[in-house]
Design a protein around this ligand. Sequence first.
Ligand SMILES: Cc1cc2nc3c(=O)[nH]c(=O)nc-3n(C[C@H](O)[C@H](O)[C@H](O)COP(=O)(O)O)c2cc1C
Ligand code: SF4
Length: 814
Amino acid sequence: MEKLWPNFPQSVPGLRPGQGGGDLTVMSRFTHYALELWHEHRIPIIISSLFLLSLLRIYLHSTAKRQDLLVLPKLHEKEKAPSQNGSPVVSDEKPKLMPEPKKDKIDEREDSTSDGSQSTGRLKRGPRRIKGEPGRSARNGTVEAGTEARKIQVLVFYSSLTGSSEKIAHTFARALGDSLGGSAEKEHGSTFLSPRVLDLAEADYDEYFITPPKTEGEQTDFFYLFIIPSYNIDSINDSFLEHLQETHHDFRIDTSPLAPILGYSVFGLGDREGWPTEEEGFCFQAREVDKWMAKLSGRKRAYPLGMGDWKRDGKERLSEWQTGLVDVLTQLSQTGSLGDGVPGSGDPLESDDEAEAEDDGEVLFEEVADVKAGKKQSSGSLQDVEDLGKIMQMSRPDSATGQKSRTPLAIDFTTQGKSRAKATATAMVKEMVPKNSPTYAALTKQGYSIVGSHSGVKICRWTKSALRGRGSCYKFSFYGINSHQCMETTPSLSCSNKCVFCWRHGTNPVGTTWRWVIDPPQLIFDGVKENHYKKIKMMRGVPGVRAERFAEAMRIRHCALSLVGEPIFYPHINEFLGMLHGERISSFLVCNAQHPDQLAALQHVTQLYVSIDASNRESLRRIDRPLHRDFWERFQRCLDILRERRFRQRTVFRLTLVKGFNVEDEVEGYADLVERGLPCFVEVKGVTYCGTSTSSSAGLTMANVPFYQEVCDFVTALERALQKRGLQYGIAAEHAHSCCILLASERFKVDGKWHTLIDYDKFFQLLEEKGPDGDFAPEDYMGPPTPEWATWGNGGFDPRDQRVDKKGRPIEAT
Ligand SMILES: Cc1cc2nc3c(=O)[nH]c(=O)nc-3n(C[C@H](O)[C@H](O)[C@H](O)COP(=O)(O)O)c2cc1C
Ligand code: SF4
């Protein structure tokens, strides 16, 4: 031992022998020696050890075979594998639909794939990996099919001073819960939790109105409902509204902190006895809550504001509101989205294309190529209307193959009365407005829905305006048409004129012959209704839309066949009318007085219009720019037909006044035309300027738009001219808002009172009894007297509504 380590100690200092300090054992001497060594050389020892360890690590790393890390399974590999067809692979593991399993079930689940088959048996460990698409797309908040189950919690907030709203809120919440039932759960996994009722006097605003409430565990989305009475005294409503406003304006908080909620809707309670109109304060606080919630939720109004007076119509209005909400919530549970819609921003103009001119009136587009083609064919081959059915069958896409039959077709049904010649042309049947055409793009951009290949539907500005209680079109004042229940459509986007005042954008087909595929009337009927309702539904979130009118609008009662193009150009117009009438939808059909044969063959319509755009040949050529060379003869034949049919059809002359074109010195000429056609009514309307290239290229400017006073002057002059001829006409009604005045035959004056309104139920009853060619007269379905406010000298604005200026500010009645 001494030889080996000369410094090896023989004893340990400080310890006596016997205590282990004198005669040292070999072991204790060794320990002592090691300690000394360590103290003397510890720094070089540490450094060299570290160095050796590093060398060892580098050596092992570069030579050892790589191994999988067991703690993280290679879940990504499946995702990366290319698909058979080269497209990106969506994981074949179904996204989880079930809630998280309980702990004791985990092992069992991990050993099998989600479709129930057994996996490799290897336990899945490590972090849970979510596969498939994210449950909610960032852009529209849509829940995609196959995502995890979500819970929808409806919260019903209310305030109440005298207690009725509290009871109403509880009863409503119970009924809503029952209606929602769990139907959605069966289909897509979203579940409704029982609606919770919360008193605004007790609810913690910070918990609900700064952000949606926080939830633990399962994902819960919130839907807010409010039942808000109004009080013109200090109440909890004031502090609640203050809180909403402050939150919105608080610079530390996002302006729409409630955007994560699924949606909201407000129902107001008020008292019409003390506060008869909205201007006088009816439900004013509910309207405020609705407005501020739109801002805070980022325009998530899911259903229009409902309002009612519990002593009068409250129950009915609330039940309507509830029905609408059930629809919306069911859709939400199935799709996770409020659907397409015009989001309500609180801005009075946000949904209205107010720059839009009057929608109602026949207008047209031109397409140079089609004009040329039309001209070529008009003098060419002709086909009987009776044969159109057969042609239609042939010209529809083959149902099995989706291919179009190569049917030769060139039809001029417009002249079928004259010629019986059969088709000889060999042109291929084309669609009037193919989906990939610029015309289709232009029309859809302007808000039309194209149905089939030649029909269109659009909601007019008056329909939107009536939904918001801002006035109906003149047809409400004159004929009792509810604008919000009126569908504006045409079965033919093509026309045979190119009127200068047409405010459409010169892109539509024109022609004198029908040379396109003919869609069956049922397809058009179903399509226009579906698209109309879709467009109405899109108005759901717009501020100011009345729940009551919205609910009514879901039942079309009137159809204005006047959108654009020429409705009687469509070969199956009578069948189409039959479908409208079959569903008790009234028909107002406007034609351009260029298709006398079709006019003569037309069956009963509720009201038949002919556009009278000028009083003489030259003026008509200049303003209507007709394609038919014999346009004036056609025009006059149409007037004769109208005269013959005046005791069968309720006929109307529609005059559109364009200063500098068809007003000056034409009163006498128009009076002559009235004398020739003897229409039941003459509607006179100032043109609406739209500033399109079509109108400007025709030399039309704002200077051509007459002032209302000028229209009044014209109408009084026309009335005098008619009376001078011994014709019994008088000025019956006016709608100053749309620059429109109605002259009526005294056939519609009973006991000194004008009866311009229509009894629609009676019309349908007569039609059902006597058939579409039945012998009944316009007087048979004449309605009650024209309301006082609509008669000449009273302006004609619907007193139920509020007039607003372009910025949505109320205009005081004068
Ligand atoms: C003091 C008071 C003020 C009211 N002010 C208004 C009002 O300004 N506008 C309105 O439409 N209704 C007003 N009402 C009617 C209430 O909104 C209506 O009766 C409501 O149904 C009451 O609900 P409650 O019983 O839950 O308090 C008022 C009622 C009270 C008692
Ligand atoms: S009749 Fe109907 S479509 Fe025409 S403007 Fe009035 S509401 Fe609109």
